[in-house]
Design a binder for this molecule. Structure first.
Ligand code: ADP
Length: 181
């Protein structure tokens, strides 16, 4: 049984992540999508929410397990008895960071190999960070995230519409229509 760990923050899952999961399943029998928990960061979605969104987006595919971990990936991989890490490469800008990370992980554990997959051509510009930013200003991220994530983002930002965020407070005036005394 070939198992790989696909680690990330998935805050939230995007179609870029989903494409990597689907294509990863052609190479591996099982994928552990591992949400890296960083206590120093305040995520938009809780770990439980992110887990539920991922499971729902992969339609509870039995080949996909969703888990979370804190600390070093190499230690988590050891605990899970996995020897392969799956990572995605979008633009050249990803390369340097991923190269550093993969080499550091190899130094920490020579039992762990990192496998890279190129992003799908439609997804090379998508990051969770950008999705959060666009959605927070009321931008439409349809087609960029799975439908369940789209709904969850709309719910999260329901109270912060762009109009509400940018509209100056209404001036109080004696002649305001509808003002009752
Ligand atoms: P992000 O960088 O979007 O915040 P993560 O930290 O959750 O996402 O990334 C986890 C992994 O998924 C990383 O290897 C990252 O390069 C990869 N990844 C993220 N978005 C995409 C995408 N659009 N296409 C391919 N791989 C991606």
């Amino acid at each position: 049984m070939r198992t790989a760990i696909y680690p990330g923050s998935f805050d939230p899952l995007t179609n870029g992540h989903l494409s990597l999961i689907q294509r990863g399943l052609k190479m591996f029998d099982r994928l552990i999508v591992a949400i890296a928990v960083n206590p120093k960061k305040t995520p938009l979605f809780t770990v439980a929410e992110r887990k539920a969104l991922i499971l729902d987006a992969v339609a509870n595919d039995p080949r996909v397990e969703v888990d979370d971990f804190q600390g070093l990936l190499v230690d988590y991989a050891k605990r899970r008895k996995a020897h392969v890490v799956l990572r995605g490469l979008r633009a050249v800008s990803d390369f340097e960071f991923e190269f550093q990370l993969a080499n550091m992980n190899r130094r920490l554990s020579n039992e762990l190999e990192t496998v890279f997959m190129m992003t799908g051509e439609d997804y090379f510009y998508i990051s969770s960070n950008l999705v959060r930013e666009v959605a927070s200003f009321g931008g439409n991220v349809e087609g960029i995230v799975p439908p369940n994530v789209l709904t969850a983002l709309r719910q999260k930002y329901a109270t912060v519409t762009p109009a509400a965020a940018t509209k100056p407070p209404a001036k109080k005036s004696a002649s305001s229509p509808g003002k009752k005394r």
